[in-house]
Design a protein around this ligand. Structure first.
Ligand SMILES: *[C@@H]1O[C@H](CO)[C@@H](O)[C@H](O)[C@H]1NC(C)=O
Ligand SMILES: *[C@@H]1O[C@H](CO)[C@@H](O)[C@H](O)[C@H]1NC(C)=O
Ligand SMILES: *[C@@H]1O[C@H](CO)[C@@H](O)[C@H](O)[C@H]1NC(C)=O
Ligand SMILES: *[C@@H]1O[C@H](CO)[C@@H](O)[C@H](O)[C@H]1NC(C)=O
Ligand SMILES: *[C@@H]1O[C@H](CO)[C@@H](O)[C@H](O)[C@H]1NC(C)=O
Ligand SMILES: *[C@@H]1O[C@H](CO)[C@@H](O)[C@H](O)[C@H]1NC(C)=O
Length: 527
């Protein structure tokens, strides 16, 4: 039966959850004041939501980040720094966010890339533990890396830049279009079911290759594109902090450029085109989000469904001479986090919450500015937040260490920060991220070392004022970091240096810094 709620959120535990995860999306969105990107649908969602302006991933690479936020544990607990193990086998039998909802009577469903595929989620996306029904994978994804991108001469290649005529694609579609259709189909099937649902939708874009419908490029004329403000590798950047973006080098169009390893650079006109394609990919994802929100509205579910929009981590668009995730910089670790809770972030009185906005119609009106929280928050906070918004008991805080504890959280619920009328002032002082490296000098596997090859771990702390990163010795057999074995450090004061280009680590008296900022102890969230 379909129930119309007229409630105070605190007393009803039956709100649905729509959890949307973009892949490699930094907050290049209108609602994050990005001046270039057109994202009218996410902006409309944001206008009725709370927008976390300082949300950070715990490790800037897909598998480890997803396992971390879906279990609400940091990479040092999941022991998943690469893609090659399953946390239930290699760390602990941790209860995931969807699994927690499933055990509380929800129907839980996964569409697209939610868990990282492969052994990282036991080749099953953690089904059946996390999901009520087998996860959906769009058939057209099998063509994602194939030679389907047409060059000017009509020949097909496996390119990085791959704007396509969708009707000419194998199967006549693209993975995120299929994801959207499946998500809408599932929403329809949920409408009259009685059980609350938890639907996770993982879009594949703006992750490379930029295989997207060609019309989105028109939104970003190449003559309007600019380079990153800091396209050079910073002079005082320790080598261990840099990563050589090997994955884009594997694409045919990038190979043809014969770019030198490890620093490049990429020719400027090609840099502009990469940025253009990334932005177009974001608008393409935005349109998919708009279609799903429209369906939520049409099915009369918008007033009883919590919506979370986020990403697994960011992506450098040429900043510091990099074109990838795989680092501790803000461009790689900072993510969008938009949380809509009906009746809490927006009053229920309004007739319509959402309607699809056509990005190609420039007459579309601008949504109201979003309510933003500027405190530091982390993706491990999402699990306890969504649980508490849905009226489920939030999992308890993990003891340290928590390897044997199946259900607990290393984050905090952000629920009390959502209400714009309460205007809470502060949350955490810091957001923590980390990144592993195989050696002090750059190697092809510096981007993503296998667990057995990790020798150095970069622990990074982001406060509202600075980013501090210490690269220390790490033993992959014991998973122990040696904090007295310091290989390099980075310190950026963000008021003067928002792009994190001027490393002051060696210039300041390091002992003084440690005393003043309480480091390196506070590099560890548990201490
Ligand atoms: C892991 O947890 C699941 C339920 O969360 C349970 O069904 C399974 O038996 C557990 N496995 C082990 C090895 O403890
Ligand atoms: C992983 O998947 C295999 C094959 O489906 C299954 O036999 C095994 O029990 C799963 N592992 C865990 C820890 O559940
Ligand atoms: C896309 O491809 C179809 C089939 O080849 C063709 O009919 C159509 O004109 C193409 N559209 C564009 C915009 O090129
Ligand atoms: C490109 O830049 C020009 C000049 O700033 C501006 O008028 C135009 O709207 C821009 N085009 C798009 C599609 O953003
Ligand atoms: C690629 O660059 C290297 C040096 O940077 C040069 O020796 C080589 O000839 C180039 N190859 C091609 C195919 O341009
Ligand atoms: C930690 O590193 C220091 C400095 O390299 C070294 O002297 C010490 O033996 C290391 N400790 C362990 C437990 O490996």
């Amino acid at each position: 039966m379909h129930v119309t709620f007229n409630f105070s959120l605190l007393f009803v535990g039956k709100l649905n959850v729509l959890y949307i995860i973009a892949d490699d999306l930094r907050p290049t969105l209108g609602c994050y004041s990005d001046p270039v990107v057109k994202s009218p649908n996410i902006d409309l969602l944001a206008s009725k939501s709370t927008v976390f302006f300082n949300a950070y991933a715990q490790q800037a690479v897909c598998g480890p980040s997803r396992t971390s936020f879906l279990t609400s544990r940091r990479p040092d607990t999941t022991k998943l720094y690469d893609f090659n193990s399953y946390w239930r086998v290699s760390a602990g039998n941790y209860t995931t966010l969807p699994q927690y909802f499933k055990s509380n009577g929800y129907i839980t469903m996964s569409v697209g890339k939610v868990f990282h595929p492969g052994i990282a989620s036991n080749h099953t996306d953690d089904y059946p533990y996390s999901w009520s029904v087998p996860p959906y994978h769009p058939p057209s994804f099998s063509y994602e890396k194939r030679k389907v991108c047409k060059d000017k001469d009509g020949t097909l290649h496996s390119n990085l830049l791959c704007s396509v005529n969708v009707s000419e694609m194998p199967l006549g579609t693209l993975p995120d279009l299929e994801n959207t259709a499946e998500a809408i189909r599932l929403l329809k099937s949920m409408k009259d079911l009685g059980n609350p649902f938890f639907l996770a939708v993982g879009f594949y874009k703006p992750h490379i290759p930029f295989r997207i419908p060609q019309e989105y490029l028109k939104l970003y004329p190449i003559e309007n594109m600019t380079l990153a403000p800091d396209p050079e590798v910073p002079k005082k950047l320790p080598e261990v902090a840099y990563n050589p973006w090997t994955d884009i080098r594997k694409r045919e169009d990038v190979q043809a450029l014969n770019i030198s390893f490890p620093y490049g650079p990429i020719p400027k006109d090609f840099q502009l085109r990469i940025r253009q394609h990334y932005f177009a990919s974001v608008s393409y994802v935005d349109a998919q989000v708009g279609k799903i929100l429209q369906a939520l509205e049409d099915l009369d579910l918008a007033k009883q469904t919590i919506v979370v929009f986020t990403s697994d981590h960011g992506w450098a668009l040429g900043e510091h001479g990099e074109w990838a995730k795989y680092s501790n910089f803000d461009v790689a670790t900072r993510v969008p986090l938009v949380v809509y809770a009906p009746g809490m972030t927006w009053p229920l009185q309004e007739d319509r919450m959402f309607s699809y906005v056509d990005v190609f119609n420039s007459a579309a009106e601008q949504p109201a500015e979003a309510y933003g929280v500027h405190g530091m928050v982390e993706l491990v906070d999402v699990f306890p937040t969504v649980a508490s918004l849905a009226g489920l008991p939030p999992p308890r805080r993990c003891p340290f260490p928590s390897f044997q504890v199946e259900l607990c959280t290393e984050g905090f619920s952000l629920a009390s920060l959502l209400d714009r009328h309460l205007r809470p002032t502060s949350h955490h002082a810091y957001a923590h991220s980390q990144y592993p490296r195989p050696s002090d000098s750059i190697r092809p596997d510096s981007d993503l070392p296998a667990l057995a090859d990790i020798r150095i771990m970069g622990y990074s702390l982001r406060s509202s004022d600075y980013r501090y990163t210490l690269w220390v010795g790490f033993d992959p057999k014991t998973f122990r970091a040696n904090m007295t074995d310091v290989h390099a450090g980075e310190l950026y004061f963000l008021a003067e240096d928002p792009g994190e280009d001027h490393n002051l680590f060696d210039e300041l008296n390091h002992g003084m810094m440690i005393r003043k900022l309480g480091m390196p102890q506070c590099l560890f969230p548990h201490s």
